[in-house]
Design a protein around this ligand. Structure first.
Ligand SMILES: Cc1cc2nc3c(=O)[nH]c(=O)nc-3n(C[C@H](O)[C@H](O)[C@H](O)COP(=O)(O)OP(=O)(O)OC[C@H]3O[C@@H](n4cnc5c(N)ncnc54)[C@H](O)[C@@H]3O)c2cc1C
Length: 384
């Protein structure tokens, strides 16, 4: 049994360039999807960029996740309308649909646009999904209601719908390729180099971007009360002979998620809602309590116990309103932040890295206002 994520246990391209003696215009802290996306746009925009990564590129959540490339935000579309207004929600969904297309152009076979399937375990969840589905259709977004679930889904679920343009990622491979694009555009990538806040404050550069999602509270203490590290656990099996779930599937409000890779291997994660207290952590280890439940759920999906090869944990940044934090750090002119995707960062991270880069290049996009970290004070003081 391996505790390295399956995705990081594959042959991956190396992308580390090291630092040149030239001064940088922008330093980015974090070599995940956000930092690499930001680096690519900045480097293509003509700035000298240096990325510092404490581990290896994609060594954080970007190489440890479920591999779902979903449009939208953590809240469903109907909930996002309530939070951001109808035009705000529409803008956020369009932003992420464009981001998915942008990822497709860069990822090669690390992204497969197979769609995703959102499922309901009971009538109450199905009613909620119907509301989201209607809201999406009303605003012109593609979604396909499933009147009859095919076997074996009909044994365990009562309804759902398909997001046809979503995708399945090989996330570590994707982010390594993204980093390679950034390096080819001139970005410098320095791995195995952690920087703390005192180093950030002392950097002799005009602009710094903090792109560390689950570690945002540690480096941007200004946001510490509104973004919290949250752990997710995953397992991978040996390739299975039957291919029952070729697309990303998720149910129970997203607390259960699984997909099979083209070779039949099952990737399955979730169940953190059964142990919320202990899963609110940045300690990157698995627990028997969650992993036993993942085994049970995998058995239910296939009708037999399955041969597991990898078990791993990772953590992301969860915000109080479940919306990202992307923009200038409150109180600072030179430090920017992008993170807090609340477990939904594969596409959003790519989008927010680019949004922040465009603003630094002097071309701020209107969508950036939706995620302004300046809302932190209001969030912090709102009644719980
Ligand atoms: C188990 C799990 C399942 C998930 N499933 C999905 C999914 O299916 N779909 C989805 O959309 N999202 C999913 N997510 C969330 C998604 O993975 C993240 O939101 C996204 O990868 C965040 O990317 P990032 O680049 O912002 O952060 P990260 O990928 O975490 O990268 C930040 C990097 O910063 C580095 N770093 C931290 N501190 C420092 C420092 N002081 N100095 C230098 N470097 C530092 C870290 O080593 C890390 O590599 C999941 C996350 C987990 C953990």
């Amino acid at each position: 049994m391996k505790t390295i994520p399956y995705w990081l246990d594959q042959p991956l391209p190396g992308v580390v360039t090291g630092a040149s003696p030239r001064p940088a215009d922008v330093v980015i802290v974090g070599g995940g999807v956000t930092g690499c996306s930001c680096a690519l746009t900045l480097a293509r925009g003509g700035l000298r960029v240096r990325v510092f990564e404490a581990r290896e590129v994609a060594g954080g959540a970007s190489g440890r996740n479920g591999g779902f490339a979903l449009r939208g935000l953590c809240p469903g579309y109907d909930e996002a309308r309530a939070l951001l207004g109808r035009e705000g929600a529409r803008a956020a969904w369009e932003l992420t649909e464009r981001a998915l297309d942008g990822m497709s152009a860069l990822a090669g076979d690390a992204l497969r646009r197979v769609g995703s399937v959102r499922l309901a375990v009971d009538d109450s969840e199905r009613a909620g999904l119907r509301v989201e589905y209607e809201a999406l259709r009303e605003d012109g977004f593609a979604a396909e209601w499933l009147d009859h679930l095919p076997d074996p889904l009909s044994r365990l679920f009562v309804g759902g719908f398909v997001h046809p343009a979503d995708g399945a990622l090989s996330p570590a491979l994707w982010v390594r390729r993204l980093a390679a694009h950034a390096a080819a555009a001139g970005a410098e990538i320095v791995a195995h180099t952690a920087v703390d806040r005192s180093v950030i404050d002392a950097f002799d550069v005009e602009t710094v971007v903090i792109a560390v999602d689950g570690m945002t509270d540690a480096l941007a203490h200004e946001l510490g009360a509104v973004v919290m590290p949250t752990r997710g656990q995953v397992l991978a099996t040996e390739p299975l002979p039957e291919l029952l779930y070729p697309r990303p599937h998720y149910a129970r409000g997203g607390y259960d998620y699984w997909q099979q890779l083209p070779d039949g291997r099952l990737i399955l994660g979730g169940r953190r809602d059964t142990d919320r207290g202990r899963e609110q952590t940045s300690v990157e280890v698995t627990t028997a309590f969650i992993q036993d439940q993942l085994d049970d759920f995998a058995s239910q999906l296939f009708g037999r116990s399955l041969p597991v090869t990898h078990r791993w944990a990772g953590f992301w940044g969860q915000t109080l309103d479940l919306l990202p934090l992307a923009g200038r750090l409150p109180g600072s002119e030179r430090i920017w932040v992008a993170g807090g995707y609340s477990g939904h960062g594969n596409v959003l991270g790519f989008a927010c890295g680019e949004l922040v880069a465009r603003a630094i290049l002097g071309e701020p996009a209107p969508e950036l206002e939706l995620f302004d970290p300046a809302r932190a004070q209001a969030l912090e003081s709102r009644p719980t």
